[in-house]
Structure formats: C-alpha cells, structure tokens
Design a protein. Structure first.
Length: 276
C-alpha cells in the first residue's frame, strides 16, 4: 500500500494537499516540455462502487476519468502492448490501457459503458478466491463468478492472473511464490477454459524469483506498480502502471499520468519509497 494508507488522518490531509500542489506543477511542466507521440500508459483500477474503501471509484467519477483519457489518448489492449514491447508493432499516437485488479463483481457496472467507448480492459483475477488473503486485499467485497469472467472474456476483455490468493510476495518462500504464479496459472486456465497469458503482481510487489517463475510458466507479460515509461526496452515481466484511487482529486488525475509526474515519482521513490 502507499504511505498515505499508513499515516494518521491529520498527516494524510497535509500529505494530500502537498501532493495536489506538486501534481499541479508537474502537469504544467508536461504541457510545455514532455509530450511524446509514442506515449503508452497502463492504468490500474480495482473497484467501481460508492463506498469509502480507498480503491473504490465512484461510477460517475470513473466515467469522467474515461472521458478525460479519451480526449488525450486512444484505447489499446494488453495484446497491443505485448507486441509493442517485443518490437512487433509500433505505436505512433498517445495510447492507454485500462486494467482492473482483484476481480470484483462491481466492475460489471461499467461493462456496457466501456464497450460503447471502445475500451477493452484487462481484468486480473485470483485463481483461488476461497483462500483470498483478506488482510492483503483490505476488503471483503464480492468477486466475479467463473461464468461472469468467461462472459467478459467473450465480450472482448482480456483476462489475466493476479496470483492465487493475493499474498505478499515479499514475505513468501520460493515454493509459495510458485504456488501463487505457476500453479495459479494452471488452475485458472482449467477453471476458465482458455489460456491466461498475463500476470499482475499483487500490490505490485515482485522478486527475482517471482519474475523467473512467471517467465518459465509461460506468461507473456507481468504488470507491476512501478513508475516508468513503456518502450521496446521495457522488461515484459516488470511492466509499469499508474495506480488510481479515490484520494486523487480531478486535478491530480489529470496530472498523474503525465511524463513529468511519472518521472518525478520514479526518482522520488528511489529516496523516499512508495509515498506518492
């Protein structure tokens, strides 16, 4: 989780105020200096709901986010990203990919809207929701059923694995990580009836062992929560994403995916951790 999840409410207020000011400045820098035609941004969302969980986004706010993105980018898929990273295709216009982590049932509320807008998200689900780590997830909301996931796949959504239980890879042994990556892929493919080619690290946390096992298991991409720029030099098993949560103001959302903000977070995290 990010730092603002772990500090007191008064400090959170100060932190978010400072963060908004920083992003406002960075957005201005980006407008004048750092725009790139080949820019590709992958966004990470979790839940679409009107509640107080940090990773829930109000449906109306989510729609506004998509409208803002469509005004600046073209929607592409993870399959497009895979080809781009491997040098099999070029992207000559700003583009974005929408992803949802965890596999919550409330994302169904946006199915028709996303289809109408030509957005085909990638959905990362757990292979064993019965053993899901509620402490790591931070919520007990309902997961999508197998038939609902299959229906989303048939409608054009790409389905990936988000581990077996959403455990913390940083605290696991190699054998446990194998269960969460290699074994999870086998179980999920058997459950869903189609190949699962993409992986998203729970909480964005990975280790050299996790990266190696994911590659050996036959996944084509693995998505992190690292900041960085997507290019042909990107490690396909540590693909960067931009996380979005309910603490981001409208102004911050306009800024968090700019090149200036991504570069700032990438540099800052080398010194102060995952604070922003």
């Amino acid at each position: 989780m990010m730092l603002s999840c772990m500090i007191s409410s008064p400090l959170q207020t100060v932190f978010r105020s400072v963060r908004r000011s920083v992003y406002a400045c960075l957005r201005g820098v980006d407008v004048f200096f750092l725009r790139r035609a080949s820019k590709v941004v992958i966004f990470s969302y979790h839940s679409i709901a009107r509640d107080e969980w940090r990773f829930s986004i109000d449906p109306d706010v989510f729609r506004k986010h998509m409208e803002l993105l469509l005004a600046q980018y073209r929607p592409i898929t993870l399959s497009d990203v895979e080809e781009f990273v491997r040098g099999a295709r070029t992207i000559d216009h700003p583009s974005f990919v929408m992803t949802f982590d965890d596999g919550y049932r409330d994302v169904l509320a946006m199915k028709d809207f996303l289809l109408e807008k030509g957005i085909r998200p990638a959905l990362f689900v757990l292979s064993d929701t019965n053993r899901a780590d509620g402490g790591e997830l931070g919520t007990s909301r309902e997961f999508l059923s197998t038939s609902e996931i299959q229906a989303l796949h048939e409608s054009g959504w790409e389905i990936g694995c988000h581990s077996a239980t959403h455990g913390d890879f940083w605290a696991m042994s190699p054998s446990q990580i194998r269960q969460e990556t290699v074994d999870a892929k086998v179980l999920l493919e058997k459950r869903l009836g189609f190949p699962v080619r993409y992986f998203a690290y729970p909480r964005g946390r990975y280790t050299p062992t996790a990266r190696r096992l994911i590659r050996e298991a036959g996944y084509e991409l693995a998505l992190s929560m690292d900041d960085g720029f997507l290019s042909v030099k990107t490690d396909p098993f540590i693909v960067p994403r931009v996380g979005v949560d309910r603490t981001h103001s409208p102004g911050e959302f306009r800024a968090i995916h700019t090149d200036a903000a991504i570069l700032f977070r990438k540099v800052a995290k080398q010194f102060i951790g995952r604070f922003l």
